[in-house]
Design a protein. Sequence first.
Length: 421
Amino acid sequence: MGTSTDPDVTALARSLDGDGEIRPLEPGDPAGSIDGVPASIVARPTSVAGVSAVLREAHAQGLVTVPRGAGTALGWGSPPERVDMILDITRLDRLIEHEAGDLVVVAEAGLPLHSLQNEVGRAGQELVADVPPERLAAGSTVGGTLATAPSGPRRLQRLALRDLVLGATVVLADGTVATSGGKVVKNVAGYDLAKLVTGSFGTLGVIVRAAFRLHPVQPARAVVLRTGPMEEVATLARQIVASQLAPAAVEIDRPADSDEATVAVLLEGAAEAVRSRTEEATALLDGELASPPPWWGQLPGGDVLAKATATLTGVTDLLRAARDAEQRYGAGVAIRGTAAGVLHAGITASSADGVAAVVARLRIAAPSPREGTVTVLQAPSEVRADLDPWGPVAGLELMRGIKNRLDPGRNLAPGRFVGGI
C-alpha cells in the first residue's frame, strides 16, 4: 500500500464553502475504510459543484480519493493502493428529470436505485438493471451501480447496463466537470465517458449524474423451469436462446457438488403472446410452468464470488470445469447466470491455494477475452494476496492510456481496477 498524505482539513472544508461537510475519521471507524484500507477523512458534498471543488483541492494536496455510494459492493474488485479521502456521494440524491414519453430518466449518482425504480414505475416504466436483491435492499445507488456494472438475468434481451446509459456527468480527478452523451455540456476529447466509467470502479472519474434509457413494464410474464443433467440442461438452454421465442431471460443454476442444473426461462409481453410462447417453451424443454425460483437474480453463495463469461457454446464447458474442479480439489463451485454466457461462480474451498486452483481450472474453460474470462469479484484478503483477480484482459494498454489521460496523478482509487489501474 502507498503512503498516505495528511490532508489539510481546513482547506478542504473551505473549498466546499458550505456545500457539504468534511469529517475526520477515527481509527477503527467501520465507515472509514474502503475494502480494509483506512482513510483519514470523508467528504460529503451536496452538489456537483461541491464535488468539483473538493476534488480540485484534494488534487492540489496530492490526496488519493475513493468515491463511495451506499457501500454495497466495496469488497468487489481489488483494494485501493491507499485512501486519504472517501468521497461520499449519497447526498447527491435527486431525480433530475423523467421524460416518460421518451423513456429517459436523468438522476444524480447518490440516488438509491430502488427510489429511481419507484418513481419511473408510476409511469409503468423501469430501468432494467437487475441489481442483486441484497444490494438493492441495502440502497445501492445509481453511481455505484454504474461503477460496478452488475449483470442480471434480463441482459439477454435488454442488453447490459452500459448499453442503457445514454450519458453521464463525471468529475475528473482535478475537479474538471465533463459530460458525454445525452445533455452534453462539455466533452473530453472524443471519449464516451458514460461507457468508459461503467464498470471502472471509480478509477477514471466520480460519476455524479447519469441518463438512462427505460423500458415499459411488460403486462404479462411467465416462467418455465426444467431440471436435469447439467449438460442436457445447458443444451436445452442454448436452444431456447437461439429460438424465435424471444425470451426475456434464460437462467441456469447449477448448485455446488451437483451433476444436475435447472434452466429457468422468463417470457414477457402481451398476455396472449406470452401464453403461446410459454406453451412452446414448455414443450421444447419438457418443462413446467412455475413461479420464479428462489435463486432468481441472486448471486451464488460461497467464500469467493467470481464472474465468468463464455461463448454460447462455452457455457457447457464452464459447467464441466466447475464439476471437474470440485472433484479434483474438494471444493464447492456453484454456477448461476444467463445461458447466453454471463454467469457467476460461488466458490468454497479449504485454502487460498484451493481457490486459486479452482479459478485456474475455470479459466481453462474460458481461456481468452474473445472466448471468455473469469474475474474474481470478491474474496478474502488471504486469497487475493496471491491471485490475479482479473485474468487475461483485452486492450489493457489502451485502458492504462485512458487512465493516464484522465487521472495522470493516480489520485482516484488507484489499484481498484484491472492491471492495477
